[in-house]
Design a protein around this ligand. Structure first.
Ligand code: DC
Length: 220
């Protein structure tokens, strides 16, 4: 079977990660969360004390870091399972600054293509339908109202033991949206040939089924 790429973009909290994970498991594809790579580089910067705008240094990290996903979906960075560390709120706050650096993006794009090479994948992110895999066989843009996205993110953070206020989470989501949509390099955009799904009020299962139908019609 020819490798199939299902690419899913959308803003923070649109349901991408949950949907992509379930979809990959139902199709038997590898799940590739591209945000994890940007979060991984951000984590390295925070740990080493590098300035978030130090493009030369962070690009070198992005080129040379070993990044991969384990069979259980764990994100491995230089051999360490950092799946939980990359979800911390300090990383949330810093990641869009790092993801705005063009040379870091180029290096992370290469890493994504390397990880996906020769496999059937469900890849999710902000530019995977437009820049990383513009020729993906299935392209989807997931969206949801900002209030619903903030409520989802708030529940995730509470589950991790953090206690931010809902207002604070909503403000951070609006700020992150603004940075992701207005950055000069590869801003979050709806690809002209993407199917747009507004997940506000939709169940995860319904979203997964809708995309799985499109994917199965491509795979045949
Ligand atoms: O999906 P996420 O919240 O884990 O993404 C973290 C950050 O990484 C987010 O601010 C946008 C950025 N990102 C990106 O610029 N391009 C991608 N393909 C994936 C994520």
């Amino acid at each position: 079977m020819k490798p199939t790429v299902v690419a899913i973009d959308g803003p923070a909290g649109s349901g991408k990660s949950t949907v992509s994970k379930q979809l990959a498991s139902s199709l038997g594809f590898v799940h590739l969360n591209s945000g994890a790579l940007y979060r991984g580089i951000t984590l390295l910067a925070l740990r080493s004390g590098a300035a978030l705008g130090d493009e030369a240094r962070l690009t070198e990290e992005a080129r040379t870091a070993e990044m991969d996903f384990g069979l259980d979906g764990a994100f491995l960075l230089n051999g360490e399972d950092v799946s939980e560390h990359i979800r911390a709120s300090e990383v949330d706050r810093a990641v869009s600054t790092v993801a705005a650096l063009p040379r870091v993006r180029a290096a992370v794009t290469e890493q994504q293509r390397r990880i996906a090479a020769g496999k059937s994948v469900v890849i999710e992110g902000r530019d995977v339908t437009t820049v990383v895999f513009p020729n993906a066989q299935v392209k989807v843009y997931l969206d949801a109202s900002v209030e619903e996205r903030a409520a989802r993110r708030h529940a995730d953070l509470e589950a991790q033991g953090e206690q931010p206020s809902l207002d604070e989470v909503e403000r951070e989501i609006r700020e992150r949206d603004e940075r992701d949509r207005t950055r000069a390099d590869s801003p979050l955009l709806v690809a002209p040939d993407a199917e747009v799904i507004d997940t506000t009020g939709m169940s995860i299962d319904d979203v997964v089924s809708a995309i799985a139908r499109s994917a199965r019609s491509v795979v045949g």
